[in-house]
Structures are given as structure tokens and as C-alpha cells.
Design a protein around this ligand. Structure first.
Ligand code: C2O
Ligand code: CU
Ligand code: CU
Length: 497
């Protein structure tokens, strides 16, 4: 048992399908077949003010004795966790791959020219050197490639990583911040593997429609991980790095989860929750109390879009009640040898929660369309071709050369986003927004605070604050973060000036 607690064990091979075994009551987890969760390497820029990322190809052993071709930043799959603070940051992005990549800083409030969206490709053998200025609350953000038509396949193959914006004051807030000890970063992804352990991305018609979901859960690129935690308060930074799967996370023993931060950073005070819905691109931070020494398994209910029942697998308006197929995300075991630094969840965090009501100068409507009517071969070439209609927003599929909106810098707008089929995670670049109403009710806890991505399952109203400029040449995007939908055109672009 020491072995899995201390790590260093080899990855154990498993077939894929068991992960989503049907559930009634508690899911069984065999800890002896799991290996210690590893954190991505830490790339700390807080002293140097510099950061270097190289997109490269490599081989990754997701299963023992089997390697898969993958891509990553500075390593074979995913990338380092970048710690940064407010102030100047000189980034350099290199591309050693054959195809163009970008690095989009999802969740950083930087101007369009530094955003790393589809208009800022880094071609093979070239570099991009944005001189950035970081200025925002502490937060957990997400960087990933964003080439239109290839985002889904390239992120799937590994081109993503995590950012911690830190102000070094978590000690005063009584919030754990020891990387990999009591402050765990967890990139949650679902992946499909061949029997030879190769990552596979074969889009069926259904996958192209719903977005690609798969049967094997990875945390930080690891299959069958287990996390060892101290016998006290542990902070979990959760990032949904999946292409399409929406998780509804909970503890298997029904202990409370304390939500302390959403996309843009800390809440004013922790919210105690039983379930956390996390869609692709969203981040949430939880405090979990392991003071009783008990093992906890984080589980997820089935995906609202692809679970059985209802239109396209979803029961409209009952998104929280679809608990048809639960599965294990990752177990946590308490290791008494790890240092306990906090034993209670603080009452206050004093994060800055938005209050933008009645400041809006414009109202805009967006409808997310599964079919814009403009049928034809799909762009990008990575999705197997075939005759499939384009997706879009307000009846129009994304066009690199068409500007969809012009927004005035320094203003607040109300955006009303709706869907008639499926739940879509709606994301906006270069802004933070306040969710005002979800399906005409109060926002769910995971939708409070400063957000940049939110699940729209019927109608979501948000107040968006535009504080970063974006020009015609380097506009910001708004899109569905189901990457297959984004690549098929459920995206638009705007300037801010
Ligand atoms: Cu995380 Cu436009 O994306
Ligand atoms: Cu983004
Ligand atoms: Cu979508």
C-alpha cells in the first residue's frame, strides 16, 4: 500500500469501458490498482517575469507498456502549470509541430493582440512573443491552442495547460496554497483509447453532433490516479479540459464541498454545495475537509447531453436530476504524514463578486444553433468529412473574415444567450461577466462570481464588462466550448474599442 501512497508506481493497464460502469449506490474503487496523482510541473514566473512554452510532439504511456502519440507544451502531453502574478510577463511560444498552433490564455484579462485566438497562429518553426501585462484577481485559468477547425483534435491530443494567477496572500486568507500537497490542480478529461493504448479521436455522426465524449477519465493526463491528501483542509482547483463532457461532480460520501472560487477568482465567502456542474473550459476551486481521515471518491453523474432519456439524451429542465450513469473521477486517501496547515474552512474570503446590475448600455441576443442551414463539407478536415450542416450563432456559422459585433470599450452589456437543444458552455474571450439569471431563476453557485464560461441549458442572462481592447485584426471570440461545436462554427468574433 505504501507504493500507491508515495507514488512512483507504474501505470496499470485497463480496458476502457469499466470506468462508466452502471451505478446504483456506491461505486467500488480498487485503490491498489491506482497510482499516485502527479501534478503538472510548476513553471513559476513570479520572479523571472518570463515564460517559455514549446508545442511539441511526444509519446505518452497512459497504460503500462503501451505508448500513444501525443502533443503537449514543454512535454509530451498537456503542459506545465504556469504560476504568475500581476505585472509584466514576457511570454515566448515556440512551435515545433508541423501544423500551426496558438496559445489562447483562457481566463486572462489581456487585450486582443495578446489573446492567442485563431487570428494569432504560430506557424511551424516560428515563435510568438507577447509582452503581457497581468492585472487581475488570483484565479485558475486555462491555456490551450485555438486554430479554427483544429481546436478539438489538438486539445484532445494534449495542447492545454493550467495557469495560477497568485498574489501570495492565500496564507492570510487561510486557504491552502502548497502546490501538490494541500493545493491540488486537477485537469479532468475524458479520452478514448484503442486496445493498444493509443489515444483515439474518431468522430461518429453522434459525436460530431453532441461533441466527443469518451469512457476513460484522465486527471492531469493520468488514468486511474489516486490523490494522497493531508488530514485537514485541501484545496482542489478543478479544470474541465474535456472536449465536450459536462461533469456533475460530488463526493461519494455526501460530504459538503466548499466552493471558494469560480472562473475569475475568489468568491466573497465560501458556498457549501453538494454537486458541482463543470463544463468544458470552466474552472472551480473547492475546499474539502479531510479532517475525519476518511477516503473520499469524487464521482460524476452522467453527461446531460449524452446520457439516455429526453431530447438528444437530455431531459429538458431536469439537468440536475440526470443521475443515470455515475462514474469515478478520482479517489482521495488521507496520508497522516502530510503536513496539515488548515483545519477549518474560512467564513470569508473577501473575493470581489461582481455587481453590474443596471449598468448595461446595450442588450444583445444570441441563439446557439445546431444547424445554420448552410450544409456542406465541414471545414478543418480533421473530423472525417461527410455531409454535415454547420453550427452557428444567430443563424451564422463562424467566418474568420466577418466581424460580428463591435463593442464600446469600458461599457457593460447584457447578453441573453439561449439554446433549444443540448446544453452548451458559452465562453467569451477577454472579459469577465456576471450571470444575472439562469432559466429565469437565480444563478447556480458555480455560476456566481466573475465568469468567462457558463452552461446555457435554456436561457442565460449575463452582464458582460468590456475592459480590454480588441482590434479588427485581433478580435475576441465568443463561442460554445464544446470544441466540436466551436470547430463547426458555433463561434463569433467582436472588437472592443
Ligand atoms: Cu478556452 Cu476560445 O477558448
Ligand atoms: Cu477563452
Ligand atoms: Cu455547443
Amino acid at each position: 500500500r505504501r507504493n500507491f501512497l508515495l507514488g512512483g508506481g507504474a501505470l496499470i493497464a485497463f480496458g476502457g469501458a469499466y470506468v462508466l460502469a452502471a451505478n446504483s449506490g456506491k461505486l467500488k474503487v480498487d485503490l491498489s490498482k491506482r497510482t499516485a496523482l502527479k501534478m503538472p510541473p510548476l513553471l513559476d514566473t513570479t520572479n523571472s517575469g518570463k515564460l517559455n512554452l514549446t508545442a511539441q510532439s511526444g509519446k505518452t504511456a497512459f497504460f503500462e507498456n503501451m505508448v500513444s502519440d501525443t502533443i503537449g507544451f514543454n512535454q509530451s502531453y498537456l503542459g506545465p502549470t504556469i504560476r504568475m502574478k500581476n505585472g509584466a510577463l514576457q511570454a515566448q511560444v515556440n512551435n515545433e509541430l508541423r501544423n500551426p498552433v496558438t496559445v489562447h490564455w483562457h481566463g486572462l484579462l489581456v487585450p486582443g493582440e495578446h489573446d492567442g485566438g485563431p487570428h494569432i497562429p504560430v506557424n511551424s518553426g516560428e515563435s510568438w512573443m507577447p509582452q503581457m501585462q497581468i492585472n487581475q484577481q488570483p484565479a485558475t485559468a486555462f491555456y490551450h491552442t485555438h486554430i479554427h477547425g483544429r481546436t478539438a483534435s489538438d486539445v484532445y491530443a494534449g495542447l492545454g495547460g493550467i495557469i495560477h494567477v497568485s498574489d501570495n496572500r492565500d496564507e492570510d486568507r487561510a486557504i491552502p496554497s502548497e502546490y501538490g500537497v494541500d493545493d491540488l490542480t486537477m485537469v479532468i478529461q475524458d479520452r478514448r483509447f484503442t486496445s493498444r493504448g493509443q489515444l483515439s479521436y474518431d468522430l461518429s455522426m453522434m459525436d460530431a453532433m453532441h461533441g466527443f465524449t469518451a469512457d476513460t477519465i484522465l486527471v492531469n493526463g493520468q488514468v486511474n490516479a489516486v490523490a494522497s491528501v493531508p488530514k485537514g483542509i485541501v484545496r482542489l482547483r478543478l479544470i474541465n479540459g474535456s472536449n465536450a463532457r459536462i461533469y456533475t461532480l460530488s463526493a461519494d460520501d455526501d460530504r459538503s464541498l466548499h466552493l471558494i472560487a469560480t472562473d475569475g477568482g475568489y468568491l466573497n465567502k465560501p458556498r457549501s454545495i453538494d454537486t458541482l456542474r463543470l463544463s468544458p473550459g470552466e474552472r472551480a476551486e473547492l475546499l474539502v475537509d479531510f479532517g475525519n481521515g476518511n477516503t473520499m471518491t469524487m464521482i460524476s453523474a452522467g453527461d446531460p447531453n449524452t446520457g439516455p432519456g429526453g431530447m438528444m439524451g437530455r431531459v429538458r429542465g431536469m439537468i440536475d436530476n440526470v443521475v443515470d450513469r455515475s462514474f469515478v473521477v478520482m479517489p482521495f486517501v488521507v496520508d497522516d504524514r502530510l503536513p496539515v496547515r488548515f483545519t477549518a474552512v474560512p467564513d470569508q474570503i473577501n473575493g470581489d463578486e461582481p455587481d453590474l446590475e443596471n449598468q448595461e448600455v446595450a442588450v444583445r441576443q444570441f441563439s446557439l444553433d445546431m444547424n445554420t442551414g448552410s450544409g456542406g463539407m465541414m471545414g478543418g478536415g480533421m473530423m472525417g468529412g461527410g455531409m454535415m450542416s454547420n453550427m452557428g450563432i444567430n443563424g451564422q456559422s463562424f467566418e474568420m473574415s466577418r466581424m460580428d459585433l463591435k463593442v464600446k470599450l469600458g461599457t457593460v452589456e447584457k447578453w441573453i444567450v439561449s439554446t433549444s437543444m443540448l446544453a452548451h458552455p458559452f465562453h467569451i474571450h477577454g472579459v469577465a461577466f456576471q450571470v444575472l439569471r439562469e432559466n429565469s431563476g437565480q444563478p447556480k453557485p458555480e455560476s456566481i462570481g466573475w465568469k468567462d464560461t457558463v452552461v446555457v441549458d435554456s436561457v442565460t442572462e449575463m452582464l458582460v464588462k468590456f475592459e480590454m481592447p480588441a482590434s479588427q485584426d485581433n478580435p475576441f471570440m465568443y463561442h460554445c466550448h464544446i470544441l466540436e461545436h466551436e470547430d463547426r462554427g458555433m463561434m463569433g468574433q467582436f472588437t472592443v474599442s
